[in-house]
Ligand binder design. Sequence first.
Ligand SMILES: [Zn+2]
Length: 471
Amino acid sequence: MSRTLPFAFLFLFLLIAPMAQSYEISENFWESGSATFHVGISGNSPSGESWKSAFTRAMDSWSDATAFQFFAVDDYIDPCNDRGNDLFGDDITGIDFTSTICGTEFNENVLAVTLTAGVCINTECTGGFFISDADIVFNEAEPWDVYTGPLRFDNTIDFQRVALHELGHALGLNHEEDEVAIMQALVTDFDILQQDDINGANFIYGSESSQSTVHGIDVILPQNSSLSGPSNSLNFSGNLSSSDAKFDNKFLDLYQYTFENDSEVDIQLDSSELNPFLYLARISSTQDILADWLFTDDNSGSGTNARVTADIQAGTYWIGVSSGSDNEEGSYSVSLDSSSSGQENTFAKVPSGFGLDVEINPNPNISGGLSQVDFVFEGKFIDLYQFDVINPTNLRIDLRSSEFDTHLMLVDVLPGNVLGNIFLQNDDVTDGNSDSRLEQTLQQGTYWIGVTSFSNGEVGDYSITSTVIIP
Ligand SMILES: [Zn+2]
């Protein structure tokens, strides 16, 4: 129906691209999570809008939808400054229509090219680079315009969707082959960012919070870390280096994901630079590892690569990347495929001896609902969740609902299923707020979280989040 034209992207450093089924990230990123583009090109499109304003709108699309921020400066900078003869640019971003890629011919059907440059992250330059410059050249021989909707039969090219694509390269994304995405190599009828594009940018830049754990190791929490099925695929890469935490004399990176349902998982950890060692470990409400749900592998993948396939219970897990021998460093890639058969979990329920069941659910994140079928305690519906504390832990528990006025209880359960005191209860974090919070140092033992309402007979959905507070 309509022609498709390839985009192109020049890498100035070695690119390691893992096999992938969803968004593709390069190893390169802006350390600041932002980039300032000089957008001062002159001229208007045939339909009347200035190129500058269409380009700026493309920048805003990324800034609005993702954790990455583009800023516009209304100055003209030649994108080819210091770009000829393999020079790495001038560290000032520029855009323009050009007849060549800064001296190199455009290949046939290439619409635009993004040239990036930066500083290697490690001394061997094996783990990508901090981007310091990104310049975009648009092939001036193409018939450009600005429009929305399907590609036109007359072959005019929509400048804005091409700008969206090139800006994706500029922030560190590679081509996406399998999912609907602006980052597909060919221009298509899609004229706005797709979910896969947004997930990719947020994977690189989104609230990648480094959090000290009870084990003294930082955990990376990707922004889209909740996998709800029925099938999920993700690919990411990283680098083991001497700045990482050390565990058992080996460097260790940890990534946290939550599987909403019982799942089958297949995780492959590949590296050409080290002998990779893979962990999959479930963590509890208190961020302790649950030994029943700990999987490790050294060499089940191809060559010396590592692979874990397992049926796992719904819950929060750490994917740990380490090495087979002490002190190994280098880049690696992780690919994860998971599938779940439905909205199912197999948490055991045990009768409490008080006429109501307790769900054994040690997850740091729990979603639930009060309903008419729940047990009634003093006129109010109640749900109970059981977890264990392995080491004394200062734990904060948040109970949130937009549908009813929550009431949160924490109970210590003594040997023989005898209740200790309901020693904490809290209603309303602040006046007029229906959420509840408890914070308490808990000794080793078994505990129940009780979710109920302030008034009799209230029902509705809620969520519980447990956070370990480091003094
Ligand atoms: Zn491209």
